[in-house]
Design a protein. Structure first.
Length: 249
């Protein structure tokens, strides 16, 4: 399997770089986010790459695994929620201005990404596609919590926190922008009903809420609830990604 490790500058006046690891030689690009505060190599270390190795080897997908910036943003619990959301904006700009152009040079300028991730990475995948369906018109969220206000939030919220919380802004979508999302975007939300999917992660209830909000707005969304034995863990995310991803590539 082709494997390339690159460090891409964060920008925004910072001298930091974040890591991306690319797997494969051909196929539809898949942008993959790790779990909370994870690194680009987590998908490899926790069996996610092997789970879809056949798709990579057959040239059906090219997998691009990125670092998170959660330690400085959503997981920085000492900061008020508005500041955490504002810092998340720098991560979003890194994705749109640095990561996606790199992927398009590596594949095709016309390539339509699939975004995916597990746990907090599921939020990143869905939020990225909601914000930029022109770049990633399909998101597969695995055990995501889509309500940042439940992440030990404190302090007053303003625009940054509002637009980073899809459970807050999706109910207010309307007009031409909503029509564009309806025509462009598809979301697949997958979650188990077993250990740690409700407490402490709140992934099961927020996934159900998120699916209902999207469906109420006429945005294509499929909700896939797995069994009561399915826990918030890598072994299940491997199976879920291997089960669903072949449908889209």
């Amino acid at each position: 399997m082709d494997r390339r490790h690159v460090d891409l500058p964060l920008g925004d006046g910072s001298d930091r770089a974040l890591t991306m690891i690319a797997y494969g030689h051909w196929g539809r690009p898949v942008l993959a986010f790790p779990s909370q505060s994870g690194r680009a190599w987590d998908f490899e270390n926790f069996g996610m790459v092997d789970a879809v190795r056949d798709l990579i080897d057959d040239g059906r997908i090219k997998l691009y695994c990125v670092d998170s910036l959660d330690a400085d943003t959503w997981s920085a619990y000492g900061l008020p929620i508005e500041e955490r959301a504002r810092r998340h904006g720098a991560y979003h700009r890194w994705l749109t201005d640095v990561v996606v152009p790199w992927i398009k040079r590596d594949t095709s300028q016309d390539a339509e990404l699939i975004s995916t991730g597990c746990s907090l990475g599921g939020y990143h995948a869905v939020q990225f596609s909601l914000q930029r369906p022109d770049l990633a018109p399909l998101a597969i969220g695995l055990s995501g919590n889509y309500d940042p206000s439940t992440w030990r939030a404190w302090g007053e919220s303003a625009d940054a926190a509002y637009f980073a919380n899809p459970t807050h802004y999706v109910p207010n979508l309307h007009g031409d922008h909503l029509g564009w999302l309806q025509s462009r975007l598809s979301l697949l939300l997958v979650v188990g009903q077993g250990a740690w999917e409700t407490q402490p992660t709140r992934c099961l209830p927020t996934t159900r809420v998120m699916a209902g909000l999207l469906q109420d707005k006429g945005i294509r969304c499929e909700l896939d609830l797995w069994g009561y034995d399915v826990s918030h863990d890598w072994v299940w995310w491997q199976r879920q990604l291997a089960h669903h991803l072949p449908r889209f590539c």
